[in-house]
Structures are given as C-alpha cells and as structure tokens.
Design a binder for this molecule. Sequence first.
Ligand code: THU
Length: 162
Amino acid sequence: MENRQLHIDYEFYDSLSELPIRLQHLVGQSRKISAMGYAPYSRFRVGAAVLLSDGTVVLGNNQENASYPEGLCAERVAVFSAKANYPEQPIEAIAICSNPMDFSTSVPLAPCGACRQVLAEYENKDKKDITLLLTSLKGPIIQIKSVKALLPFQFSAENLTE
Ligand code: THU
C-alpha cells in the first residue's frame, strides 16, 4: 500500500478588476443572466456565461420545474446550448454566478457534480482546458484552470473501450 495525494491549484481574486478584461466581462454576463434564472422552487438563481474559442459568448441560467428533477442547472443550459449551436468551437471558459432570491451572498458558486461531468466531456473531446470562474453577485472570484482540478478520477469516453 502506498499513500498518494492529489493537489489542486486555483487562483483567488479579491476583486473583479484583477482579472483580464475579457474575463471581467464574462463574469459580468454571468451575473446579469443569473437575475433571469427560473427558480421558483429553490429560490436560488444561477447564471452561466460560456466563452468559446472564437469569442462567442453563450448564456444560460437555471430552469426549474414543478416536477423537481426535471429542471436543469445554469451551467448545463449554457454549455448544451453552446455545443448545440457551435459544436466545433472548444469552450475556453465558463463563468458561474449564484444569485439567491432571499439572501445575499458573496460565496463563489462551485458547480454541482453533474455539471462538472458535463464540462469534463467537452474538455476531453476538444482537448482544451476549460477555465472556470466561480462567483456570486459580489465578492471574490475563484479561477480554476481546468475541470480536471474539480473532477479527478474521471469517468470518460476512454473507459467505454478496451
Ligand atoms: N444550480 C445550478 O444552476 N448550478 C449549480 O452548479 C448548482 C445548483 C441550481 C439547480 C437548482 O435550480 C438550484 O440551483 C438549487 O439547487
């Protein structure tokens, strides 16, 4: 037996102005679209802004349903829309912003496990690391340079063949 460790690198920004301007803009777009999330059941709105390699930005927000499991997270709404419309464009970055309706928070939102798996699929397919920017409407921003940092020991297409 041998003990092994995993280590993840991430960047913590106290303020948006420390980021490059195009990423500041992406965070701004995720914040704006979060306000239109349809979240009457959880009252927890989330916005996501996906930046593609050619500069196109695709936005999404969470969409809930009276039959609770049928809703979808903001990240998957944005990523699936991006990949439906621009299948050949690798994803460069995704900004994710939480916007709860009943309280104010500055805790950067970390994507759920299912969204990490979906992001990993495209990172692997396109062989291009996806930068994640985790935010709330205000407060610090966490930048992570690859989905691999958030989802080690991945189940991927490679596992489906010999
Ligand atoms: N949600 C997202 O949109 N993204 C996440 O990464 C976490 C959770 C949504 C799903 C649901 O509509 C609400 O937030 C509460 O879980």
